[in-house]
Design a protein around this ligand. Structure first.
Ligand code: WTA
Length: 686
């Protein structure tokens, strides 16, 4: 199995032979009786296996999705039109005419059938202290938050910013918005005050929900203080609801409202609002190739259906299973596979508040043992980190409950995949490398669903989900028809889970996703299609980098760095990093006459990025240069900088289009010098 130990080169197709015995799939005889696997398939005569169901889902998409929407969702009134889409104009509409309430689908209907079933297991930061929340309890909490929001003036269509770590009250806050038709915008609680303020302003939220403090890795984080700083820059904010994560008192101002105290004054019932299928459910900000993050808009029915169906079939989730997705609710993975997918399916979902190494690197697996988790879904960056600590942390815990392992957020290298499969899953659990994006709403390419005996190629997302039609493009923008080929990855037809627009900027939505390849959704990623037609994601094609599975635009980093008084110009790029996948490396040109030590400049620039964006965004390396390599038209040659940053000096390529190629020699010399200095002072490294 030595081929598995070769790390996957990011950004390049990874060709390899497949191991002899692929992991057994979780799906019961899907190859012979598809309706045993997907009951809805019984409605489609002649469809017997996964490929024919995929074929039907593409050829008769309306019929396919309409059948699933009727079967899986509870409607207040039925839809009359399955879809009305025109990708060239960025128009995507599903299930029009229908009205429903997402919180009813995620809670009330399960309260009717099994009120005492556990909906959420909150794995608190404090080791060994989980809290179980039943569907009945979740409904009560959600209604009380909903009534509190209403009492403070929140109405249908209003945006509510949620800045909280994973907790039942955070989930209840999301669902409370859904219940009254407000639009939540969850901001990852690791973002800085400035980043939070930008998002509050862009979304024009008048209400913010937060906690007094957060607890992570045994440390207290002053979350409310960050909100206070952000709110000072957002005059639109009228109320800040503050939940208590700790017993500590924090200063409260006139706009701050103690959430639990208010909730207790409210009734535990709240009538759900009937929402149109295409009313917005939430905004979620993500990075693009400009300095301004975009608030992607997801709507009600299509998103909910897509998360429910993918959760059910990619992970083969069955009644009674405990689903453990360790993503934070601040990212799309938390929205789709901690909250909406599992709860729509009446499942039991784990809410993970801690870190993979607290109190020790066995945290995940101790939790798997204690909570008897059946599906574990995490990020490659954590797998790579844990791999370094060795097998004992895994093997000392009972993992026999695990049935399937998932990976998301960034390419998983073969070595990490192999360890996940062999050590964590005991060569027993299929590993699903799931490719998708904030924009796609749910998983689009993954090894499952497929027949039980269908092969899984390590470190490959492989197969399109139902309704997903991936295509690769050539340089002329034409569809590549062959296998064993690479190109920009597009999706050729609409599916219910895709984002509908960018908040307040539909032109940007159309220009970013539908203009590059007219009539196709452009993902921004490149992919390779193997001889057998399987897909492997090769990485971003735009100026977006992926640090520990978190998307970040290089323009955002440059925007932050350029605000420092000594910086004349900067260029941020992503370079390969053993654990984080990518790290940021910033080249800067100083203004004339700056008289500060380089060490101080570096530290201040790291601080400014932490302060303007988030700690995880702080550059690993900052190199001060005199000139940047530019083309004659003045464009920075990032390709060259990336090679230098990765010390791939013999791969600099063609430099003849550069305005002045001596700049490159200078930068190379500076890079070598910087590495030398960093090696001598390990403590100063980030
Ligand atoms: C990357 C996260 C390779 C990709 C759900 C995508 C992946 C971006 C994978 C979206 C994967 C996500 N293999 N790359 N399995 N999953 N990506 O919006 O570049 O935070 O475009 O959504 O992460 O990141 P986002």
């Amino acid at each position: 199995m030595s081929f598995l130990r070769r790390p996957l080169a990011l950004g390049r197709p990874f060709l390899r032979a497949v191991g002899s015995s692929p992991p057994a799939g979780p799906i019961s005889s899907a190859s012979t009786n598809i309706s045993a696997f997907m009951p809805e398939a019984a409605a489609f005569p002649g469809v017997r296996d996964y490929p024919s169901l995929l074929h039907l889902s593409l050829g008769q998409a309306d019929r396919f999705w309409a059948a699933l929407a009727r079967d899986r969702l509870s409607w207040i009134s039925p839809f009359h039109t399955a879809s009305d889409c025109d990708l060239a104009r960025g128009k995507v509409r599903w299930f029009e005419g229908g009205r429903l309430n997402v919180s009813v689908n995620c809670i009330d209907r399960h309260v009717h059938t099994s009120p005492d079933k556990v909906a959420l297991i909150w794995e608190r930061d404090e080791p060994g202290t989980h809290v179980k929340i039943t569907y009945r309890h979740l409904l009560e909490m959600t209604c009380r938050v909903a009534n509190t929001l209403k009492r403070h003036g929140v109405r249908k269509g209003d945006r509510v910013t949620i800045y909280m770590p994973a907790s039942p009250i955070a989930v209840a806050s999301m669902l409370a918005c859904a219940r009254i038709g407000a639009v939540h915008t969850v901001v990852f609680a690791g973002f800085s005050a400035d980043a939070l303020a930008d998002r509050i302003r862009d979304g024009q939220s008048e209400t913010v929900i937060t906690t007094n403090q957060a607890v992570r890795g045994g440390r207290i984080i002053e979350l409310k203080q960050t909100v206070d700083q952000a709110v000072r820059k957002c005059p639109s904010v009228k109320h800040v609801l503050v939940a208590k994560r700790t017993e500590n008192e924090v200063p409260m101002s006139s706009i701050d409202i103690p959430l639990e105290e208010e909730m207790m004054k409210e009734e535990a019932v709240c009538d759900p609002v009937a929402m149109e299928s295409e009313d917005p459910l939430f905004l979620l900000y993500t990075s693009g190739s400009t300095g301004k993050p975009k608030g992607l808009v997801h709507t009600q029915a299509g998103y909910l259906l897509y998360t429910s169906v993918t959760h059910r079939y990619v992970f083969d989730y069955h009644e009674g299973d405990v689903f453990g997705c360790v993503a934070d609710i601040g990212w799309i993975t938390g929205h789709s596979y901690v909250v909406y997918g599992p709860l729509c399916n009446g499942g039991t979902s784990v809410l993970f508040e801690s870190t993979p190494v607290y109190p020790n690197p066995g945290r995940y697996w101790e939790m798997v043992e204690r909570l008897k988790i059946n599906q574990f879904y995490g990020a490659p960056t954590a797998i790579r980190l844990l791999f370094k600590y060795g097998d004992e942390w895994v093997k000392s815990h009972d993992r026999t409950s695990l049935k399937i392992l998932g990976s998301v957020g960034e390419p998983i290298n073969a070595e990490a995949w192999d360890w996940y499969y062999r050590v964590v899953g005991d060569e027993r659990c299929p590993v699903v490398d799931t490719w998708w994006q904030t924009e796609t709403g749910g998983i689009c390419i993954a090894p499952r669903p497929a027949a039980r005996d269908a092969e899984i190629v390590p470190a490959m997302a492989m197969r399109p989900f139902f309704g997903i039609n991936p295509v690769l493009m050539d340089d002329q923008g034409k569809k590549l028809m062959d296998n064993n080929t690479s190109g920009p990855l597009c999706i050729a037809q609409a599916w219910p889970g895709m984002a509908r627009t960018i908040h307040n900027d539909h032109d940007r939505f159309v220009n970013t996703y539908f203009k590059p390849y007219p009539n196709y959704f452009f993902t921004g990623d490149g992919a390779y299609r193997s001889e057998k037609g399987y897909y492997q994601i090769t990485g971003r094609l735009d100026d977006v980098i992926n640090i520990s599975g978190h998307r970040l635009g290089t323009a955002e980093i440059e925007g932050a760095v350029n605000q420092h008084r000594v910086v004349a110009e900067s260029a941020a790029i992503g370079c390969a990093h053993e654990i984080k996948g990518e790290a940021s490396y910033v080249f800067i040109i100083l203004k004339d006459g700056v008289d500060m030590s380089e060490a101080v400049i570096r530290q201040e620039l790291k601080d400014i990025v932490s302060q303007k964006i988030a700690k995880y965004a702080a550059p690993d390396h900052i190199q001060i240069v005199k000139r940047l390599p530019k083309t004659r038209s003045g464009k920075i040659m990032r390709r060259v900088l990336r090679k230098i940053a990765e010390s791939k000096l013999d791969e600099l390529g063609d430099l003849t289009t550069l305005d002045d190629h001596t700049a490159v020699q200078e930068i190379v010399a500076g890079h070598r010098q910087m590495l030398k200095e960093e090696a001598e002072q390990p403590a100063s490294r980030h």
